[in-house]
Ligand binder design. Sequence first.
Ligand code: DSN
Length: 434
Amino acid sequence: MANDPITAGIVDLLRACDPEAARVLEAEGERQESTIELIASENHVSPAVMHAMGTCLTNKYAEGYPGARYYGGCEFHDQAEDLARERAKQLFGCEFANVQPHSGAQANAATFLALLKPGDTFAALVLADGGHLSHGLKVNMSGKWFNPVFYPLHYDAGHPQFEQIDYDAAREVCLEHKPKLIMCGYSAYPRTIDFARFREIADECGALLHADIAHIAGLVASGEHPSPFPHAHVVTTTTHKTLRGPRGGLVLTNDEDISKKLNRAVFPGMQGGPLMHVVLAKAVAFGEALKPEFKTYCRQVIANARALAQSLTDHGYRITSGGTDNHLMLVDLQPRDAELTGADAETWLERAGIITNKNGVPQDPRPPKTTSGLRLGTPAITTRGLTEAEMPTIAGWIDRVLGAKGDDAVTSEVREEVRRLCAAFPMPGAGVTA
Ligand code: DSN
């Protein structure tokens, strides 16, 4: 039985009417309870956020926006959306918010629809070095219908900003190609982003600046990472990573004209009915993020990431760019074991109850399905209450499993130790009965 009482309660409910679904849900509840979640883009939401999603708001069509819907019966949906929008604006210190995007990728697509025409040029980071598929991958709409040009990191190992964004090179790329939009904000970049510098580049080449803060949104909201405002013309994010809300997207701006274009692009441009149960949960999560405890949480996320990076360095792993300023790190496995791939590491660690994702390191000689690296993040383990004190233990487990090349006996031993730690640090909601 899952310890999380919300999941456990729903399992009980489902058992009577849909035992197959009950079994799946129960197994996933147990998996989450008993494993250490180190995927940098995942988190454990509060009982309030989880409950807000499982509500009657899912029954309703509310196409349109508050005060201008295409269906009757939207009085309380207007209130839910207004609450989410107002809290989002307060949280990020901006004038306009659209809380309807179903995901970060759709928030990005809506931005393209609002501000670009097919064939237009935009600039983004070299995708293999930390970008996101919606930033110009060939098989994504952004790469198929638009013309991405890419700016690099510093690749010279002797450079003081090795594996950090090369802002001068980004400027050169942008001056040469004159993009209409410059994207900054990444999926696997462990360092602070200089939004002001990007705005200078955007102004110099006549581009709009689009910051995708999906990964660092919680850190931005809590003041633990510099804000993209007032520099960016558009800010997109997911709501479920460091921000610790329900799975979804969000678009923000300070520009009224751009906000109108963005609203039209989200609905009816990209989406039909908003997921109003998720919009309510976004409001709840934003309310939580406005509390002082959230700042304490974000500080601990960063402290944990630094401590984990240091412990892994002590075990002989290389942390790309020499460390981390945020919630994530890229671990280059090659200096520890030249034969070790990210794919094998991910598989072996999962057997030990440590959940990670393989990830290319900058200029990785191996392809994306294999990779030479792992991306690790601390948002979820920090939510469970882990601090710097537990990071050497986690790094030690990672090294034991990888050093033994996934050996069954070693993996089983670590699996039991992971279970014990997870029992001592339950997911949010354990003990909550309401
Ligand atoms: N897939 C997400 C991540 O893991 O970073 C980005 O959307």
